[in-house]
Structure formats: structure tokens, C-alpha cells
Design a protein around this ligand. Structure first.
Ligand code: RNT
Ligand code: ZN
Length: 420
């Protein structure tokens, strides 16, 4: 698209929104302040770099074998830089503990230190990205039976407690060096394939482990803790220790942020409706935005109703500063850089729509009991020219507008990823 066309479409959109009392420039500046955390694990199908033949366990799975996956940290970084060059705004990168730099010698999970992540910190600093971090309680000998922090064996629990505390320290160091708060997320795969008669016991173990983990106090200027619930995993179909009720209870009692992953609930259950409830009891919420197809399949985020509803809830609940948006999907069947760009752009388009919503008018209708009017305006808002605003935003940020990023990614595939 030509610059002039983009500008003209934007002017028309701006006038259209002004009629509804919506300030387009303000929406753009708010969108520009909204970071999205790109999960590093889409680059290499969640294998990490602890050892060459690492396999993914923990009830999560990638399917597909698209050529060109990243084979080392350098390639992960190159791919993320490429993806981020096609996304407007300043964003964050979400790193898992299995992505440490072990070129100076391997360190097991209970031995990792900030030095193993200095490469990431230096890179983030250079590129002006924020960093988020995750302990990795899966793909390890000591999680082979599907249990970690809730394990009946205290020695195994201790191992994972140590790992998580070390990960929280690494997150703290990332936030300190970068001057940007690092969100540290705890997700564990613990559960069982078949019916357990010890539901309470495992949950008691997990609670005790978390209590020990949080005994170590971090500086919350530099990092914040999050805990992520789940419904089931592959091989853990009958019982998951860290259920939503478990973590919501734990989080509210201990003032720890709850992470809502869009794929971790029953198929018709949505996370958008949970945001306003959680925010009444917790100061912030972390999101793992994903697209489940029939199950927690971790498909690339597309611009569907739920992502729009999530964005609307963030804006309608006045929670732009309280909701942290992270992506969490791993599609190994398509171009992996494209997977990021599509997912982030879809998320930003949803946010654009939400920020441009004629909210004052809608709220007025609702307060007056004018429900037809509310419905009609909501319907109209869906097809207002929000995309002209997003295109304009991309152009202003010097990022490719519209579908032209497809050929750009194809070129990177030819030049870089297919040569791996
Ligand atoms: C798994 C959780 C978790 C992981 C990542 C790798 O179901 O969603 O967040 O996807 O930590
Ligand atoms: Zn997740």
C-alpha cells in the first residue's frame, strides 16, 4: 500500500471515529505503550539448549516438523529480532530456564545462576527489549513421572523448589539490569493420567513447596511472581494439581499474580470474563494468549472473538497497566517467524479495536436501559475502520503495512532459516 493511501484512509477513519467521540490519536498512543511478551519457545518447538537431544515432556506437545527451527541461542535471537522488526512498538521477550547459555559449562536446574542468562540480558539491553522469565519444571529426569513441586518424595520437591527460587533470582537480576520489571511465571505439569485417590495430598505438597519458594523475598521493583493454572495435560487427563481454584486461592491469599492461559480451561470457558473478577482481588493479572483448537493445542493467535473480548475487557476494566500480555503457543508446522508476526499483529489488532471502542456512548446506552442501541453500536463498532488506524500505526513506526510482511518472511526463510 502506498503511504498516501494509508494516510488518506487514516484521515477518513479518524473523522468517522470522531463522530462517535473517539480520539484516535489517543488510542494510538495507548497502543504504542502496550508491550506484548514474545515467548522465545516458538523458535525451537520448546526444546531449549541444555543438551542436544532434549525432548519436550510435561504434557505439552508441538506437532509438525517445519524446516528451519532455531538450533542455538544465536538463532533464537536472530529469529526474534526478525519477528520484532515486523511488529510495531516496543516489546518483551519471555525466556524459559532451559534456554540458558551453557557455553561456559552445563548447569542443572538446581544450579542455574544469573550468569547463564547474561547473554540474554545483554542482547535485550542492546535491542531495548524487556525480558520475562520462567522456571522450567518439565523435560527433565526429575519430572519423568509427571510430578515436580507436588512430588511425594521430599528430595524431588526440594530439587524443584531450589530451581524455582534460582529462577526467581534470575528474573530479579534481569529486571534490575534492564530497569524493566520482569514477570516470572511458575507453571508445573503435575498431574495424573488416571484417577488419583490423593488429590488433597498432592495439593498440600504443592502448597508447602510454594510457601518455601516464596519465603525467599525478591524486590518487586525488579520482578513479580505469577502462578499459572491448568485443566489437564497429555498424560495428565484425570487430575491436575495446580488447578484454577488452587492457584486462585493461593494467589489471593498470598497476593501473587495469577496467570490465565487461554488454553487451560474447558473448551467453551473463556478467560476474558475472568479478568475483571481477578482484578478485584489481585493488583495485576498475567495472560498467556493462545488459541486452543478443540483442546489446549497452542495454535497461533488469530484475530478471533476471544482475543477481541480479552482486549475489550482490558480496556473496559481500565486495566491497561494491570494486565500483562504474554503469548504462549508453539506451532511447529508453519514458518515459526511468521507464527510470531501473525500472533502479535492479531493481538495488536484486537487491542486497536478495543482502544477505539465508543465506550462512553455504549455505557450511556447501557445506563439508560437502551439495550437495542447498545447492541446496534457494538455491532457497528466491529466494522468501523479500525484497521486503517492499525495500518497507519505500522507506517508511523516504520514497520511494513499489511500483507507485504508475507514476502519479507519468505525472503528470510530463503536467506536464513532454510540454510540451517
Ligand atoms: C503449559 C503452559 C506453560 C507452557 C510454557 C512453555 O501448558 O501453558 O505456560 O506453555 O511455560
Ligand atoms: Zn501458558
Amino acid at each position: 500500500m502506498k503511504e498516501q493511501q494509508i494516510q488518506q484512509s487514516f484521515e477518513i477513519a479518524k473523522a468517522r471515529y470522531a463522530e462517535l467521540g473517539v480520539d484516535v490519536e489517543k488510542a494510538i498512543s495507548e497502543l504504542d505503550k502496550l508491550p506484548i511478551s514474545l515467548h522465545c519457545w516458538q523458535t525451537d518447538d520448546v526444546t531449549g539448549f541444555e543438551k542436544a537431544d532434549a525432548t519436550l515432556t510435561g504434557g505439552i506437545q508441538t506437532t509438525g516438523n517445519y524446516p528451519g527451527k532455531a538450533r542455538n541461542i544465536k538463532e533464537v535471537m536472530a529469529d526474534l529480532e526478525k519477528a520484532l522488526s515486523l511488529i510495531p512498538g516496543n516489546h518483551r521477550v519471555n525466556v524459559h530456564a532451559i534456554y540458558g547459555d551453557f557455553s561456559g559449562g552445563f548447569a542443572d536446574r538446581d544450579q542455574i545462576e544469573p550468569k547463564h542468562f547474561q547473554t540474554w540480558i545483554d542482547w535485550a539491553k542492546k535491542n531495548n527489549y524487556g525480558l520475562d522469565f520462567n522456571c522450567s519444571c518439565f523435560s527433565h529426569d526429575k519430572s519423568a513421572d509427571g510430578l515436580t513441586l507436588s512430588h511425594p518424595d521430599p528430595a524431588i520437591r526440594e530439587f524443584w523448589i531450589e530451581h524455582v527460587i534460582r529462577s526467581r533470582k534470575i528474573a530479579e537480576e534481569m529486571g534490575r539490569q534492564l530497569g524493566s520489571k520482569c514477570m516470572h511465571n511458575i507453571w508445573i505439569p503435575d498431574g495424573s493420567k488416571d484417577v488419583t485417590v490423593n488429590r488433597l495430598q498432592y495439593r498440600q505438597n504443592l502448597k508447602d513447596s510454594l510457601d518455601k519458594i516464596f519465603e525467599y523475598k525478591t524486590n518487586d521493583v525488579y520482578m513479580k511472581d505469577c502462578i499459572e493454572s491448568k485443566l489437564f495435560g497429555i498424560g495428565a487427563e484425570s487430575y491436575t494439581v495446580g488447578s484454577h481454584e488452587f492457584y486462585m486461592g493461593y494467589g489471593v491469599r498470598n497476593n501473587i499474580i495469577v496467570t490465565l492461559d487461554g488454553g487451560h480451561f474447558h473448551p467453551t470457558e473463556i478467560i476474558s470474563d475472568k479478568i475483571s473478577s481477578l482484578l478485584l482481588f489481585l493488583p495485576e493479572v498475567m495472560l498467556h494468549v493462545t488459541r486452543g483448537v478443540r483442546w489446549d493445542s497452542d495454535h497461533v493467535v488469530n484475530l478471533n472473538e476471544e482475543i477481541v473480548a480479552i482486549a475489550q475487557e482490558i480496556v473496559r476494566a481500565n486495566a491497561v497497566d494491570k494486565v500483562h500480555i504474554g503469548l504462549d503457543y508453539f506451532d511447529a508446522s508453519i514458518n515459526r517467524i511468521g507464527a510470531y508476526v501473525v500472533g502479535v499483529r492479531a493481538t495488536q489488532k484486537a487491542l486497536t479495536q478495543a482502544l477505539l471502542e465508543p465506550l462512553a456512548k455504549l455505557r450511556e446506552f447501557e445506563a439508560n436501559g437502551q439495550n437495542f442501541e447498545r447492541m446496534a453500536l457494538l455491532e457497528e463498532a466491529k466494522s468501523l475502520p479500525w484497521n486503517a488506524v492499525y495500518d497507519y500505526y505500522c507506517m508511523k513506526k516504520g514497520v511494513i503495512v499489511g500483507q507485504d510482511y508475507i514476502v519479507n518472511i519468505q525472503q528470510y526463510e530463503t536467506d536464513v532459516t532454510l540454510k540451517r
